[in-house]
Design a protein around this ligand. Sequence first.
Ligand code: 7PJ
Length: 281
Amino acid sequence: MASTRKAIISTGKTRIMGVLNVTPDSFSDGGQFMDTATAVARARTMVAEGAHIIDVGGESTRPGASPVSAEQEIARVVPVIEALAGELDVCISVDTSKPQVISAAVRAGASLVNDVRALQEPGALEAAAETDAWICLMHMQGQPRTMQANPRYNAVLTDVRDFLLERVRVCVGAGIERERLILDPGFGFGKTLENNLDLLANLGVLQATGLPVLVGVSRKSMIGTITGRDAGERVHGSVAAAVIAAMQGAAIVRVHDVAATADGLKICEAVMAHAQGELKE
Ligand code: 7PJ
């Protein structure tokens, strides 16, 4: 099969993934349910602001969010993905764990499958293997409902890395080429503030795998805890965290505030390009 995967990974440049929630209960965007036209308009704005990837999600992973059936999730995301794929020249990602949604979303034009459960749901691995999409494998300890109750690790950095490498091994065994895998430590998913800080300060441990790393810290509670701010007021803290990830070579940052992040990354790129030039002189 000819690859329809867009070239989203670029050496030395951090790509921006803009979050497009099409759920009635997502915590950080006011919780409006989006109709297709509204969602497409929002995506268009994010692309104009500098997003390279649009991540469409129809199931909230917020602690305590009510579960959604595959049919419901498909009804939410597929019309939006179809509309976006037809119109925008960016990579469309689907944030899902369900095999039926993976298949339907890729058929509709998604070229990245972003799974917070790292293809561990029954059938998800096989569904992903049948596509030629990028696959983002995220680490989560526990389940969304209870994951923040009592996160525990022997050593968070190596525990997370080893889990992800095991999922890489399983994916490759199922016929998913290593070249289309992306790793994500899963900030806030069964992690204390200290765990999150350990991971953000040491992204090199994941970079050392040689696979691209995705970082999602935008507006998360770790930003709120550190800055003392509510979800809607976490843009500056979130941009700082995205820049810290980019400085360590993160391939993708998943964010709500695209324009602000794009400015932050421009500073980061300018400084890194300058430092490279100095090295060559
Ligand atoms: C993440 C995600 C993340 C990836 C969410 C939120 C919660 N997917 N989906 N990484 N977070 N890959 O946006 O705050 O960190 S939903």
